[in-house]
Design a protein. Structure first.
Lengths: 154, 154
DNA sequence: CGGTATTCCTATCGACTTAGTGGGAATATA
DNA sequence: TATATTCCCACTAAGTCGATAGGAATACCG
């Protein structure tokens, strides 16, 4: 019950990988004496789709599509061409897990009548409907209270 | 995302119907001067599968299977043969929604590694895994804190 | 006993979703 | 120009889900 598609699991693992790549990149800079300056926004280091796929044992072509989807929703930024790759669009602490999940799977909606109050004869008074709305709010609450940073630091 | 199969929605609506049938049945008894005495356990009145299907506009044969499944898990009791039907196995306040959901769809398990800590190389230290376990606990918490009575009274 | 209403069991089907593959076009770097 | 990368579209294989069908087992009722 409530099983999460691999699409979403892969997407999150890729984001975790990107966050780590960022941390590693900054550390390397510091070590070589060059202070970190965020030139292209808060996140500067990229990783290629193929690289992430290898590290995480995910089907390369499949992950490619997932990252493209994440990019379309503004979670990551893509750089095309040689030496291109993906990087986080903003700091991990600013990426809500709810946004990630919605980017990959659409809105949390246990049943259609969460929005469609007319799916049974009772309409708005429908009792099961309120039960499902409560579930949606509970899930949304959990997901929106965590950021990618929380996942990494867990 | 997190959409609930019709199987579960139908099952819950059927249980709500059974709870109502019980209330209506008792009221009729009271009216005719006969005091209610729970002879066969806390719940006495039955409804047939076909009857519920008609009232709730659910495919009759499909609902039949759902009710049988609910019976196998001890949520309802079946009486075969003529004048048979289904009734709640216990008082609505004693039926946790978590048990209903698990009866129809199995345990809440967003990802396999909720139990299998060895699904990626990081094992127990895996960060996404903890995130998913947190989600499972959140959902389980919501579902186990409500009973069928809460759904009806909502 | 025979008729009927009910649950119970098993098999099947079509539509949809999911995970994954493939081929290449566009784009940026060197 | 050669190369490495994202991007785009179409496709397939396998699984799940909702629903249907046919009948066997069981219980009541006359
Ligand atoms: S409004 Fe959807 S089941 Fe009642
Ligand atoms: S243990 Fe399942 S993804 Fe790491």
């Amino acid at each position: 019950m409530f099983s999460v598609p691999t699409r979403t699991q892969y997407g999150i693992r890729a984001l975790v990988h990107l966050a780590k790549a960022e941390a590693v990149g900054r550390a390397r800079l510091e070590k070589s004496g060059v202070p970190f300056a965020a030139a292209q926004g808060p996140v500067a280091f990229t990783a290629t789709s193929a690289e992430i796929a290898r590290a995480e044992s995910i089907s390369p072509k499949y992950l490619e599509g997932i990252l493209t989807q994440l990019k379309a929703k503004g979670i990551v930024v893509a750089e095309r061409g040689k030496n291109g790759g993906f990087r986080l669009a903003r700091d991990p602490g600013e990426i809500r897990m709810l946004d990630v999940v919605e980017a990959l799977e659409g809105e949390v909606r246990p049943v259609d009548c969460v929005e469609d109050s007319g799916c049974c004869a009772q309409g708005v008074a429908c009792m099961p409907r309120r039960f499902w709305i409560g579930l949606k709010e509970t899930i949304d609450g959990y997901l929106s209270s965590r950021t990618l940073r929380d996942v990494i630091d867990a």
